[in-house]
Design a protein around this ligand. Sequence first.
Ligand code: DGP
Ligand code: NA
Ligand code: NA
Length: 210
Amino acid sequence: DNSQLLGSRGSLIVLEGLDRSGKTSQSAKLVSYLKSEGISVESWRFPDRSTSVGQMISAYLANETQLDDRTIHLLFSANRWEKRSLMESKLRNGTSLVIDRYSYSGVAFSAAKGLDTEWCKAPEVGLIAPDLVIFLDVSPERAAERGGYGTERYEHLEFQRKVAQHYANLQDASWKVIDGCLPVEDVENQIRELALNCLAKCRAGKPLTN
Ligand code: DGP
Ligand code: NA
Ligand code: NA
């Protein structure tokens, strides 16, 4: 593996936003575009429901099980930790990852239940830092109007309003905020441009950090 010698690593690109903000379809569009350009890239998402921890999370979200708020918080975090080493090796080997949700969802959704923000952030420390965070900005009201929520635990307007407030508190100058109510193609083009710019910086040797 000489990808590090070549200074060519992949990018960690994260899409965040409320439920129904369009993250999932925009992630898919971005990944298929990058693949069509011959770029090595994978589409990931958190929670990753395929692992045993992920199955516990999935049952909780489906309201099939009840878990203490801090316990489920730590499971969501554990679900990111269990993928950390694979994530690092993919990035170091030159594969980019486009991830639908990451630590910001972890903090925003748990803080929306009233847990202390600093407590929520603590287990995320040491996970790989994203190279690009794209926030798809759609108000909770507009998101709720779109095709309706599913039946999972957090999918109701009152809770999403709280999540939106916590995302706003977490947002820093490095986030790229895109108006998720623009036409789908406009959102797609803005995301492409941000992603290509990010890929170039990482290829040029921007270091991987925690
Ligand atoms: P999704 O599969 O992207 O629809 O996510 C499922 C739900 O779980 C969604 O309402 C967002 C929420 N969620 C995602 N990640 C976390 C997390 O780390 N912690 C908490 N508490 N909720 C999360
Ligand atoms: Na959802
Ligand atoms: Na989604």
